[in-house]
Design a protein around this ligand. Structure first.
Ligand code: ADP
Length: 384
């Protein structure tokens, strides 16, 4: 097979952040030839891929020139120049996820319409061109509080999502196209990572449970497997498989879902790439999400998703009030902890709540997982 011969396939990654870094590391297990592009020479993946090229991910020329050096192209971020990807597709570059599917996903409005048109369960929604249109809908009582307002593009990690209880909160909203969703009564938030290859094989990981920090509106920690019924686990996996098949995505699709108070599953959003909710798989599953993504995009047999050990994954976030060159305070206290692996992404500067790394803890008892996490929170911090 040509990936493993002297005449190696050149696999390009658009984006050289932590996801690109971990993809590059997984690719090195098979000694693949990888290239990554990003705007800064100081990107985490530089040094962990075969070739790093400096370029702007949203610039047509930069993406085109980079893609022309590659046989297969993938992404670690959806905000890339899609017009260049269409051109590269015409020129014969194999692109996964395809530009067609990136376009369906990166705009939350189009994503919601796709769910609706393909009978993939998701919360009821309405689209508005701008803030005035929403204000009119409120005046005419077509909308009412509470509601969830999301910017159609550009949001990430909860930025760009506004849970609104009253009119005064509208002042925080920028005047851009938005999706308004019904506020779901959520019992648990879960994520299922599915994988597909071009020959149509599909596998998925067991659901993980995302426990949110209510202040940061960012995942605080993540438990694998999720503490939900075996029926809900099965239903979530079937839904994730249906979702990746419907989008027809090769590689990974992370499917974030709400388990509602009534016991129904609704898709919140999807991401066609490795995802924060799959980091535990490096240590806690037979095949890591990064190696699985490579298998999917290179059309290789998919790997075993089985859980080796229950786990907890916590993000290492920059502490509040610290901005500047990073220092990992107290790392000596945590590197020796039982069942614990620490991953640092190599970002030179910290800022409040910036994702600087993650920690995976393995243990068969949930109380032990949470106790170790608590110890880490008390003894370790990211400061400047
Ligand atoms: P992002 O893409 O920035 O991660 P999400 O769409 O995942 O944004 O929303 C962030 C969080 O906001 C979700 O994890 C959930 O806690 C909450 N949320 C989003 N949509 C709804 C909804 N329709 N009802 C209730 N809560 C929601």
């Amino acid at each position: 097979m040509q990936y493993f011969s002297g005449n190696k396939i050149r696999l390009g990654i658009l984006g050289a952040g932590q996801l690109g870094k971990m993809l590059g590391q997984a690719a090195s297990d098979w000694h693949l030839h990888t290239l990554a592009m990003d705007a800064s020479e100081d990107s985490p993946a530089k040094g962990y891929v075969t070739e790093f090229l400096k370029g702007n991910l949203t610039d047509y020329r930069d993406v085109l020139n980079f893609g022309r050096k590659c046989d297969v192209l993938t992404i670690e971020i959806e905000n890339v120049n899609v017009e260049a990807l269409y051109q590269l597709q015409k020129e014969g570059v194999s692109i996964h996820p395809s530009p067609q599917s990136i376009e369906k996903i990166r705009d939350k409005g189009i994503q919601k319409e796709f769910f609706l048109n393909h009978k993939l369960p998701s919360s009821p929604f309405r689209l508005y061109d701008n803030k005035e249109a929403l204000e009119t809908a409120l005046q005419t009582q077509k909308e009412k509080f509470p509601m969830v307002v999301k910017l159609r593009t550009g949001g990430y990690d909860g930025k760009g999502v506004f849970i609104m209880q009253e009119r005064t909160q509208l002042s925080d909203l920028p005047n851009v196209p938005i999706v308004v969703e019904d506020l779901v009564a959520i019992e648990k938030e879960i994520a299922v990572i599915a994988a597909k290859n071009t020959r149509g094989e599909i596998v998925c990981y067991d659901p993980v449970e995302m426990v949110f920090d209510p202040q940061a509106n960012l995942v605080d920690y993540l438990l694998s497997p999720a503490r939900i019924s075996s029926t809900a686990i099965q239903e979530a996996k079937v839904l994730a498989e249906k979702t990746i098949a419907t989008f027809d995505i090769n590689g990974l699709l992370a499917v974030e879902m709400f388990l509602t108070k009534e016991g129904n599953l609704l898709i919140n959003e999807v991401a066609p790439r490795p995802h924060n909710s799959g980091h535990h798989s490096i240590d806690a599953c037979v095949t890591s999400q990064f190696q699985q993504h490579l298998r999917g995009v290179l059309n290789l047999p998919l790997g075993d998703t089985q859980i080796i050990c229950p786990s907890l994954m916590m993000n290492i976030l920059g502490a509040d009030n610290f901005t500047g060159p990073v220092r990992y305070h107290g790392i000596d206290h945590i590197l020796g902890l039982k069942g614990t692996n620490v991953y640092l992404y190599g970002k030179s500067n910290t800022k409040p709540k910036r994702k600087m790394g993650h920690i995976t803890i393995l243990d068969h008892k949930i109380e032990n997982l949470q106790a170790t996490m608590q110890y880490i929170k008390e003894h370790f911090s990211v400061v400047a």
